[in-house]
Design a binder for this molecule. Structure first.
Ligand code: ADP
Ligand code: MG
Length: 366
């Protein structure tokens, strides 16, 4: 979080409290509570159908909540019509008016608000500069590429200087290269404007790259909220561990606790993991760790800080910058190990027995 942003207060704070939305008694959003800070870049990340769009539509005012409250800057907006909420919005499918020029498209919200022509021209010019399209005002949407159209949609959403911008998969229709460029531009724009962004995507890499914080959604609920690092390094459940990045899941049986560390029997080894709760001895649990945090063991390790396990290599793939190995542990559980490639490191071969090692700090009970 950038403190300068919250202290200048250009962005709205948004508070969702027990927010629910049902369609014919089927829950699309099932009780979302979130406090989004002034000037924050918050992403709602989740698979298709997890309730992201419905949540955004309720904030915008295009859907009425079945239950719960939405406050913007501390004031409940549930009874307020969308146009009074003064929120900018960008959708996946640009939604530009095809018969209006770029300048007319961007000026549209200003016209609706009764801004005089001279002022409109000035603000439209500034918005075009912000999205790197100066001189494009006279064109029609059909004369622009997909990426340029989305920049125009962005300009139209910010031209009236809203304190909150909502975006629903705005880059979803663009190719990978363009998407990556625009991701960086969105971040820059967020820093320049200092307003609050609520961004929806199902793309975890996009969410990790752009966000101050991510709320991971599943089945109409927030599964976890935190910084990209929090979610990646300390997923609080199996869904988050599996949805963000790649994870190994290892069944284990708890032996006991050593302070905050759980000690478990796992695939013929004794494995230590970080653990939010205090599971009892004998509890069946799942431990998780990331493929790039595993390595092939060489030499002795301190068992208090490093886990160790015997495995068999079942697949070995050289992928340029890294090697990817499939491993099989004692009871048949599969694991993935990713290792940066180097001509100096001996490649493992299929069928080989190996010892792997990884930090206790990179092992989480989920
Ligand atoms: P997401 O944006 O995460 O893909 P949505 O918010 O669009 O998810 O949808 C959440 C759930 O609510 C889905 O199961 C979807 O089918 C359902 N849903 C969304 N809008 C409607 C609607 N207008 N009528 C009935 N069901 C809906
Ligand atoms: Mg959606």
């Amino acid at each position: 979080m950038r403190d300068t942003v919250s202290s200048t207060g250009r962005g709205a704070s948004v508070s969702l409290a027990g927010l629910e939305k049902s369609y014919e008694r089927v829950g699309a959003v099932n009780g979302v509570s979130l406090d989004i800070r002034s000037g924050e870049f918050l992403t709602l990340l989740g698979p298709s159908g997890s309730g992201k769009t419905t949540t955004l539509m309720m904030i915008a005012g295009f859907e009425q909540p079945t239950k719960g409250d939405i406050a913007i800057d501390g004031i409940s907006v549930v009874a307020m019509p969308p146009h009074k909420r003064n929120i900018g919005m960008v959708f996946q499918n640009y939604a530009l008016f095809p018969h209006l020029t770029v300048a007319e498209n961007i000026g549209f919200p200003l016209k609706q608000r009764g801004v005089p022509k001279a002022e409109r021209t000035k603000l439209v010019g500034e918005a075009l500069e912000l999205v790197h399209l100066p001189g494009y005002g006279g064109r029609y949407p059909r004369q622009l590429s997909g990426g340029q159209q989305q920049r125009v949609a962005l300009a139209r959403a910010i031209v009236f200087q809203p304190r909150l911008l909502l975006m629903d998969e705005p880059l979803g229709a663009l190719d990978k290269q363009l998407r990556e460029n625009l991701q960086l531009e969105m971040r820059r724009l967020h820093a320049d404007l200092g307003i609050t962004f609520i961004y929806v995507t199902h793309d975890q890499e996009e969410a990790l790259t752009m966000s101050d914080r991510i709320a991971v959604m599943n089945d109409g609920l927030v599964a976890q909220i935190g910084s990209p690092e929090d979610l990646y390094d300390r997923p609080c459940n199996r869904f988050v561990a599996g949805f963000i990045g790649e994870s190994n899941f290892l069944p284990a049986t708890v032996r006991g606790m050593e302070g905050d560390i759980v000690v478990a029997d796992c695939q013929g080894a004794v494995v230590r993991a970080l653990c939010p709760g205090r599971p009892g001895s004998g509890a069946q649990v799942t431990l998780t760790t990331r493929p790039e945090r595993l390595r092939f063991a060489n030499g002795a390790h301190d068992s208090a800080t490093v886990n160790r396990m015997s495995v068999t290599v079942t697949e070995a793939v050289f992928a340029g910058e890294r090697c990817r190995y499939m491993l099989q542990a004692a009871d048949g559980t599969s694991m993935v190990l990713k290792e940066p490639s180097s001509a100096a490191i001996r490649r493992r071969t299929v069928g080989e027995q190996a010892e792997i090692a990884w930090s206790v700090a990179d092992t989480i009970l989920v």
